[in-house]
Design a protein around this ligand. Structure first.
Ligand SMILES: Cc1cc2nc3c(=O)[nH]c(=O)nc-3n(C[C@H](O)[C@H](O)[C@H](O)COP(=O)(O)OP(=O)(O)OC[C@H]3O[C@@H](n4cnc5c(N)ncnc54)[C@H](O)[C@@H]3O)c2cc1C
Length: 120
C-alpha cells in the first residue's frame, strides 16, 4: 500500500477548513484537505448569503425574560425544540450558555471577536 506523507490534514472543506488549509499552505506546509463528501463547500458553507456578516460579532444571547423562557420550556417556539430525554446531556451546556449570556460576558465575547471580524 502506498503511504502518503503530509505535514497537516485538515478535516472538513467548508469555509473554515478551506481557509485554514490555504493559510497553512501559504506558510509553507504541505496540506491535505479532506471532506466526507469528497467536495468542498457542500454543507453549511453552501447556502449562506455570501458576505462576511459583522453583526454576528455580538453573540445570540440566552433569553432571560420569563415569557421567552416559559415558551421554550414548553416547546412552544419554532426557534428551539428539545426532547426531555436529552436534558441530562445538554443541561451542562445550557447552563454555560446561560452564564455566558450575561450582558457583561456577552460584551467581553464581542470585544474578543472584534479583531478577528475586522480582519475579515
Ligand atoms: C442559511 C444560512 C445563511 C448564512 N449566511 C451567512 C452569511 O451571509 N455570512 C456569514 O458570514 N455566515 C453565514 N452563515 C454562517 C456560515 O455559513 C457558517 O458559519 C459557515 O459556513 C460554517 O463553515 P464551516 O466550515 O465551519 O462548516 P461547514 O461549511 O459545514 O463545513 C464543515 C465541513 O466538514 C465536513 N465534515 C464534517 N465531519 C467530517 C468528518 N468527520 N470528516 C471529514 N469531513 C467532515 C462536512 O462535510 C463539511 O463540508 C449562514 C449560515 C446559514 C445556515
Amino acid at each position: 500500500m502506498k503511504r502518503n506523507e503530509t505535514d497537516v490534514v485538515v478535516l472538513g472543506a467548508g469555509i473554515v477548513g478551506v481557509c485554514a488549509a490555504l493559510h497553512l499552505q501559504r506558510r509553507g506546509r504541505d496540506v491535505v484537505l479532506v471532506d466526507r463528501n469528497g467536495t468542498a463547500g457542500d454543507e453549511t458553507s453552501y447556502g449562506n448569503a455570501g458576505l462576511i456578516e459583522c453583526a454576528s460579532v455580538f453573540p445570540y444571547m440566552f433569553p432571560r425574560d420569563l415569557g421567552h423562557l416559559l415558551r421554550y420550556a414548553v416547546n412552544g417556539s419554532a426557534d428551539a425544540h428539545y426532547q426531555v430525554s436529552g436534558i441530562p446531556e445538554f443541561l451542562p451546556w445550557l447552563v454555560r450558555y446561560f452564564l455566558a449570556s450575561s450582558p457583561r460576558r456577552a460584551a467581553e465575547t464581542a470585544k474578543a471577536a472584534l479583531p478577528l471580524i475586522r480582519r475579515s
